[in-house]
Ligand binder design. Structure first.
Ligand SMILES: NC(=O)C1=CN([C@@H]2O[C@H](COP(=O)(O)OP(=O)(O)OC[C@H]3O[C@@H](n4cnc5c(N)ncnc54)[C@H](OP(=O)(O)O)[C@@H]3O)[C@@H](O)[C@H]2O)C=CC1
Ligand SMILES: CC(C)(CO)C(=O)C(=O)O
Length: 324
């Protein structure tokens, strides 16, 4: 099996390292100092489960890789629209695109019978740019429960979690998902194939929709947000509104707000990926995390005043960053 990791950053490189250990032919596609370090000295993973080093193929040029069976997308979702030329050389007739991301995926309504079947969500797929770059028929969803960081070029710090739940947009349990999941498990990762990944998407999103924008706006860690009385109330309101949007789309995640908050609290003084991006001056991945949910609320008629307000200021912050 041949796998390309397009965007071998914190998550992509961690998954690539696991697959390489399982004997998969892995090609990491990265850039800059991180790529140079991997090429020169391999990829180091520092983890509470044990440190290790691997030496997979690494390049910034997908033409050198050619067609593969699976492309694991380790890009931030706001980098998807520009990914078309990078993905093209990696495709054969049945190549899958494993879309590992936080937030609402661009394929959300694909293969989902009901009033919104094949509806395009403008805030995650503006003018169809993402679905043209990454055809939905090839897409497999992936909800990431691991937390990792690029500690230094060529060095991944694994903080916690090894679960990468995957699933087909049309809710079938496909051979292509099983093949990828088997390789992940052989590499020491958890990879359940879910019949309804949309449940996982909303459960993960309950945390991200609150903590990621609040952390960027306040520069607070997850623990500090949980400890601050008014901020904690804000988190609860945002999670409550999010569950109303999910319900309007027929999704009822089996997760209470108390349990979701307790899970987030266990992350301790962790900086969310959005806060990390802010500190590095990078654009923020907030359209898929909050703007999309406000758009979905407008589609379903749910009232989301808190999400709408936080989304507006987070969007303004992002605009200032990208203009700078
Ligand atoms: N990290 C985490 O703990 C978690 C992440 N996630 C989700 O996983 C997804 C990936 O996140 P994460 O791994 O943290 O993101 P990173 O920013 O660490 O990784 C993305 C990588 O893609 C690289 N890249 C972007 N464009 C190109 C290109 N054209 N050619 C080569 N490389 C490119 C980036 O390089 P450069 O830095 O130069 O732009 C970066 O190294 C996101 O949706 C995130 O929300 C979900 C849960 C936890
Ligand atoms: C905080 C974490 C790791 C889990 O909620 C996350 O998803 C993020 O930082 O974006």
């Amino acid at each position: 099996m041949r796998v390309a990791v397009l965007g071998a950053g914190a998550i992509g490189a961690y998954v690539g390292a696991g697959l390489h250990r399982a004997g998969v032919e892995v090609h990491l596609i990265a850039r800059g100092a991180h790529l140079q370090a991997i090429k020169a000295s391999g990829l180091k993973v520092l983890s509470p489960r044990g440190d290790f080093e691997v030496h997979p193929n690494a390049t910034d040029n997908p033409e050198e890789v050619g067609p593969v069976d699976h492309v694991f997308l380790g890009l931030k979702a706001n980098q998807y629209a520009a990914a078309g030329p990078m993905v093209q050389p990696l495709l054969h007739e049945t190549t899958t695109l494993i879309t590992a991301q936080n937030g609402i995926p661009y394929w959300y309504f694909h293969g989902l019978p009901g009033p919104h079947e094949d509806h395009r969500i403008e805030s995650v797929d503006p003018d169809g740019t993402v679905s043209r770059a990454l055809p939905v028929q090839r897409a497999v969803g992936c909800v990431v429960y691991a937390a990792t960081e690029i500690e230094a070029p060529g060095v991944i710090r694994h903080l916690e979690g090894t679960r990468f739940s995957i699933g087909e947009p049309d809710r079938t349990i496909s051979v292509r998902c099983k093949q990828f999941a088997d390789a992940m498990v052989a590499g020491g990762l958890k990879c359940p194939v879910e019949a309804d990944l949309r449940n996982d998407i909303w459960i993960k999103l309950m945390g991200n929709i609150a903590f990621n924008p609040i952390s960027a706006l306040s520069r607070a860690t997850m623990a500090s947000i949980c400890k601050h009385g008014a901020a904690r109330e804000l988190v609860v309101r945002m999670m409550t509104e999010t569950l109303e949007v999910a319900a309007g789309l027929g999704c009822h995640p089996r997760m209470s707000i108390e349990r979701r908050l307790a899970g987030a609290e266990r992350a301790g003084d962790h900086k969310t990926s959005t806060l990390q991006d802010l500190e590095k001056g990078k654009p923020l991945e907030l359209d898929v995390i909050i703007k999309a949910v406000v758009e979905l609320a407008d589609l379903t008629g749910a009232k989301v005043p808190t999400l709408r307000a936080i989304s507006a200021v987070a969007d303004l912050l992002n605009e200032q960053l990208t203009a700078a």
